[in-house]
Design a protein around this ligand. Structure first.
Ligand SMILES: Nc1ncnc2c1ncn2[C@@H]1O[C@H](COP(=O)(O)OP(=O)(O)OP(=O)(O)O)[C@@H](O)[C@H]1O
Ligand SMILES: [Mg+2]
Length: 512
C-alpha cells in the first residue's frame, strides 16, 4: 500500500489550549481510516487543517500529499487538491434549495451562463445514490429534516469528485437505514479508489467500516493500528486512558407514585392541519423513573415532547397532568417554572447562544428570565456554572471562553448542564448522548442515576437501543406518530428485537 497523505509534526494551539501536539500520521491509499478520541481530543481540529479551514501559518508541521508538500491557504485549495470535508456541524443555507446548496461556490458554467440543467442532473444523480430520489431538488433545505440535511451535506462533498473524503461524525442524526446507505456508498467509493477519513464515536461503525484506526487523546496521537488488530475494549482504553467495564451503571429503582401523565395526546401538522404528527399517545411517568421513549427517527418523539412543553404552537388535543393536577403548558418557560426541563437534540438551532461564553450559556435561561423568579444573584450563577463545568467535566480553556470554541461534544455537555443548574422535577432528554464520547457517556448515565435517586424523573428519547435497554426502567415505543406499546424493563433485560419489533411493526407484523 502506498501512502497517500502524510502529516508530519502537526501542532496547533488555541489561546490556552494545545489542541494538537506533534501529530505524525500516515493515511494509506484506498483505505477507510477511522479517527477516534474523546470529546475535545482534537479530531475536528486535525481535519480542519487538512481541509484548509486552518490555513498554512496557523499551525506547525507539514502535510504531504503523494509525497509532495502541500500548503493550503484556504478550503478551496484543499478542494482543488482533491480533499472534500463533511464537517461536524451542518453548513447548509436554510433559505436555498438543494441544488443551490450542493453547488454553492462551484456552479457549473456553460459559456457565460450557469448551467442549471447540468447541476440539477448531477444533483439528482447523487440524491439517487443516497436513496433520496423522491426529493424535489428545488426544495429549500429548511423544509428537510435533520437526517436529510445531513445527507445533502454529504452529497455536497461527493459532487466534488474528490479522492480523499473526510467525514466528521456524519451519522449522528442518521437513522440505521440511512447509515447503511452511507456505508454502502463509502464502500463503493473505496472500490473506486477513494480514500476516506472517518470520525465517529460509534465504535460498531468503526469496526464495520474501517481498515485502520488512529486514536487521539488530549491532542496527542496515541496509536495507529489495523482494525483487525484491535478489540473494542482496547479501543476504548486507548481513547479514555482507562478501562470501562460497565457502560451502564447499575440502577436501583423501585416503582413509585405517578408524577406526570399525558393522556390521549394528538398533535396536528402546522402547515397541514389535517395531518396528525402524533396520534392519541398516552403514557405516565413515575417518581425517580427513567422512561425510555424509543422510535426510529421520524416517529414523532421530539414533536410530542416539544409540544408538551409548549414549544410549538400547532393544534393539539389531549391532557397533561403534573402530580395529578391537570395543566395547560403554553411555553417552555412556563414548563421550566413548573420544573419540567427539556434538553434539545438540536444544539445548533435550539441550543447554544453562539455569541456568549460557556458560563453565560450555562446560566442564561435563569439570569435572563428567572433571575427574579428564583431570587438568585449573578454571583450564585457563576458559582453554579463552575460547579456544572466540574461535575460534567466540560473541557474549556476558561468558563469565559466563547461557547463556539468548545468541541462538539463539550457543547452538548453545556446544554445538559444548563438544564441541571436549577434542579428540575422532570427532565426530558432528547438523544442525550448524541456526539458524546464513551467516557462522557458513562458519566452522563451515572449522572442520570444520581438524579433519579434524588427523586427526579427522566424521559429519555433515544434511537440507540443499547442505551434504551441499559438505562430505562420502562420503555414506550412510537412509530409514525402512534403509540405502539409499553415494555417493562426494570431488570434491564429486554432484547433489541423486542423493542425493534414494536418500532417497525405495521399491521400484520414487523420485520422480525
Ligand atoms: N476555535 C477555537 N478556539 C479555541 N479553542 C478551540 C477552538 N476550536 C477547538 N478548540 C479546542 O481544541 C480542542 C480540540 O477540539 P476539537 O474540536 O478538535 O475536538 P474533537 O476531537 O473534534 O471533539 P468532539 O468529539 O467533541 O467533536 C478542544 O479543547 C477545544 O476546546
Ligand atoms: Mg469534533
Amino acid at each position: 500500500m502506498a501512502t497517500l497523505l502524510e502529516l508530519k509534526n502537526i501542532s496547533k494551539e488555541f489561546p490556552g489550549v494545545k489542541a494538537l501536539e506533534n501529530i505524525n500520521l500516515k493515511i494509506e491509499e484506498n483505505t477507510i481510516h477511522a479517527l477516534c478520541g474523546e470529546n475535545g481530543a482534537g479530531k475536528s481540529t486535525l481535519i480542519s487543517i487538512l481541509g484548509g479551514i486552518y490555513p498554512l501559518g496557523t499551525y506547525e508541521g507539514e502535510i504531504y500529499l503523494h509525497g509532495e508538500r502541500v500548503k493550503f491557504r484556504n478550503p478551496k485549495e484543499a478542494e482543488e487538491a482533491g480533499i472534500a470535508v463533511v464537517h461536524q456541524e451542518l453548513s447548509l443555507f436554510d433559505e436555498l434549495n438543494i441544488v443551490e446548496n450542493i453547488f454553492m461556490g462551484k456552479a457549473i458554467v456553460k459559456g457565460v451562463s450557469i448551467d442549471w440543467n447540468e447541476m440539477i442532473k448531477e444533483t439528482q444523480k447523487w440524491l439517487k445514490k443516497l436513496k433520496m430520489e423522491n426529493e424535489n431538488v428545488l426544495t429549500k433545505v429548511k423544509y428537510l429534516g435533520s437526517a436529510k440535511q445531513q445527507l445533502i451535506e454529504i452529497a455536497k462533498a461527493l459532487v466534488k469528485n474528490c479522492n480523499i473524503l473526510i467525514l466528521d461524525e456524519p451519522t449522528s442524526s442518521l437513522t440505521e437505514n440511512e447509515t447503511k446507505i452511507l456505508f454502502d456508498i463509502l464502500k463503493e467509493l473505496k472500490s473506486e479508489g477513494i480514500t476516506s477519513i472517518y470520525i465517529s464515536h460509534k465504535l460498531d461503525e468503526i469496526f464495520e467500516l474501517a481498515d485502520t484506526v488512529s486514536v487521539l487523546r488530549d491532542g496527542k496521537l496515541i496509536d495507529t493500528k489495523p482494525i483487525s488488530e484491535v478489540k473494542e475494549s482496547d479501543l476504548i482504553k486507548m481513547m479514555v486512558g482507562r478501562e470501562i467495564n460497565q457502560m451502564f451503571p447499575k440502577r436501583s429503582y423501585i416503582p413509585n407514585e405517578i408524577v406526570f401523565e399525558v393522556s390521549n395526546y394528538t398533535l396536528y401538522e402546522k402547515y397541514d392541519p389535517q395531518r396528525k404528527v402524533v396520534e392519541d399517545v398516552s403514557f405516565n411517568l413515575r417518581k425517580g423513573e427513567i422512561l425510555g421513549l424509543f422510535g426510529l427517527v421520524g416517529a414523532g418523539r421530539t414533536e410530542l415532547m416539544t409540544s408538551i412543553i409548549g414549544f410549538n404552537s400547532s393544534n393539539k388535543r389531549g391532557k397533561i397532568f403534573l402530580n395529578a393536577k391537570e395543566l395547560e403548558i403554553s411555553s417552555p418557560r412556563q414548563a421550566l417554572e413548573l420544573g419540567i426541563a427539556y434538553l434539545s437534540e438540536n444544539r445548533k438551532n435550539l441550543g447554544i447562544f453562539p455569541n456568549l461564553s460557556v458560563r453565560q450559556n450555562l446560566s442564561i435561561t435563569f439570569i435572563k428570565e428567572f433571575g427574579s423568579y428564583f431570587k438568585i444573584s449573578e454571583e450564585d450563577e457563576i458559582v453554579e456554572a463552575l460547579r456544572m463545568i466540574k461535575q460534567l467535566n466540560i473541557k474549556a480553556s476558561s468558563p469565559e471562553a466563547n461557547i463556539t470554541t468548545l468541541s462538539g461534544g463539550n457543547q452538548q455537555k453545556v446544554l445538559l448542564g444548563r438544564n441541571l443548574i436549577r434542579t428540575p422535577k422532570i427532565l426530558i432528554m432528547d438523544e442525550p448522548t448524541k456526539g458524546i464520547d464513551v467516557g462522557a457517556k458513562q458519566e452522563i448515565y451515572s449522572l442520570m442515576n444520581d438524579l433519579t435517586s434524588q427523586g427526579i424523573s427522566i424521559i429519555m428519547i433515544s434511537s440507540e437501543l443499547p442505551e434504551i435497554i441499559g438505562m430505562s426502567d420502562r420503555v414506550i415505543v412510537m412509530h409514525e406518530g402512534k403509540f405502539m406499546g409499553e415494555l417493562e424493563n426494570i431488570n434491564h433485560d429486554l432484547t433489541q428485537e423486542e423493542v425493534m419489533y414494536l418500532a417497525t411493526a405495521t399491521e400484520g407484523g414487523g420485520v422480525f
